[in-house]
Design a protein around this ligand. Structure first.
Ligand code: LLP
Length: 416
């Protein structure tokens, strides 16, 4: 047992999140249900923020990891800025913060409507990913009479050493523009009267080693130096997010070492560092509670069929990701080797394969750990399954931060 969440533990044989019994939560809200620990979210945020405190920096939480309004509010109140990638994410931030002054906007496919909304909201900067996007931002800012602050997202051509689906910083990837093109984009931005205030990159996600970050940072910093000689004086160096955490036995990224390395590289320079962590703030705070519906045995195989599926948590199906699975009752003796699978009609609908686990029975409750990032935010209604509720635990208090969807919710918008 590894307990990736420091605020989840067995108390008198019962798995608890902070001061609350998870069995009691399952009884109250039903299963499946997402449960988040407020203490863990804030502890993660403060831990990263403390590492950056000795130099000029802004931590922009990456909203895509978990975009629940209550979680955004918690982080905004704690001092976070935000990294958004859509008009929907921007609207969420504006709703909880009342303004967008600490928002950076990334994404390869921003639409005109989204650009207009971001200009009206007065975001900190657009991380621009193509010449066409730069031109659209210029013309919309002109039409709307707004100042557009921009960074060019550079593809630094650095290998991130992570899962190929979440690796983004090489020339084979769709993200950003090559260094050479970036220089000409800054020239056009300057000529067009845009405030070219930053440079950005994001090389991937779940990166455990600091070296690729240093390489990428050195690339954007040296480019910022070149631009300075051309009369483009940048203020922000945005390194993106992607700080790796422990799901299984991984050694998590040593963020304090990364921060110290960045601080040394920034010493004496005029730049403010921006980072965009998502997973490292929310992943280990969240778990998905599910109930065992059936246990069945095939030849040489045990299947534990649970009431949540890939529509609730798609990471194992999509990336083969590992999530620790714990029974809510401690002390089940012995182990079985089983596949933990959902009810969805896809072979990929599994949470674990050939997992050594306690011999659970029908009706037992299980917790899938480290599900706070890219869990609910990637959930879908596949197989017409209503999405699970989300609950935020704080000490002894429990807040339903999103109710369970109903079948009626799914059907209502459709037209016969
Ligand atoms: N900034 C940008 C521009 C990004 O594209 C991302 C993530 C982040 C920041 C935050 O990365 P983080 O710190 O959370 O690693 N669904 C996948 C992860 C996809 C990440 C996409 N971009 C997963 O479940 O592992």
């Amino acid at each position: 047992m590894k307990f990736s969440n420091p605020h989840v533990e067995y108390r008198s044989g019962e798995l608890c999140c902070e001061e609350v019994s998870l069995t009691a939560l399952a009884a109250r809200f039903g299963t499946p249900v997402y449960v988040y620990s407020q203490a863990t979210i804030l502890q993660n945020f403060r831990c990263l923020a403390d590492c950056l405190a000795s130099f000029s920096s802004l931590l922009c939480y990456s909203v895509k990891a978990n975009s629940n309004l209550s979680i955004l509010k918690l982080l905004g109140d704690a001092g976070a800025g935000f990294d958004v990638v859509s008009g929907g994410e921007l609207a969420r931030v504006v709703k909880v913060q009342g303004n967008a002054s600490r928002v950076v906007y990334s994404g390869v496919g921003k639409t005109q409507a989204e650009i207009d909304a971001a200009l009206e909201a007065g975001i900190l900067m657009f991380n621009v990913e193509s010449a066409g996007e730069l031109e659209l931002i210029r013309s919309r800012a002109h039409t709307l009479g707004r100042q557009a602050r921009i960074a060019i997202r550079v593809n630094p051509d650095v290998e991130a050493e992570t899962h190929p689906y979440i690796s983004t910083g090489q020339t084979i990837h769709k993200f950003g523009v090559p260094k050479e093109e970036a220089v000409s984009l800054y020239r056009s931005a300057k000529q067009a009267g845009l405030d070219a205030c930053g440079i950005a990159c994001h090389i991937g996600s779940q990166i455990l080693n600091a070296e690729p970050f240093f390489k990428a940072f050195d690339e954007i910093k040296s480019l910022a130096g070149d631009l300075e000689t051309e009369g483009v004086a940048l203020r922000f160096l945005d390194l993106g997010g992607g700080f790796g955490i422990r799901y299984d036995n991984e050694q998590p990224l040593d963020f304090s070492r990364l921060a110290r390395g960045l601080e040394a590289r920034l010493r004496g320079s005029p730049y403010r560092l921006i980072v965009e962590p998502g997973r490292s703030i929310v992943a280990n705070s969240g778990l998905l509670l599910t109930r065992v519906l059936y246990v069945k045995g095939g030849p040489g195989k045990v299947f534990v069929v649970v009431d949540s599926g890939m529509n609730d948590l798609v990471r194992p199906a999509l990336y083969g990701s590992f999530h620790e699975i714990l029974p809510l009752r401690a002390g089940l003796n012995g182990t079985v080797r089983a596949d933990v699978v959902g009810p969805i009609c896809e072979t990929g609908d599994f949470f674990a394969r050939d997992r050594e686990m306690p011999p659970v029975r029908e009706g037992d409750l299980l917790a899938l750990l480290t599900a706070g990032a890219y869990g609910y935010s990637l959930a879908s209604n596949y197989n017409s399954r209503p999405r699970a509720p989300e609950v935020l635990v704080h000490g002894k208090s429990v807040k339903l931060i999103r109710p369970r969807e109903t079948i009626e919710d799914l059907i209502r918008p459709e037209v016969l």
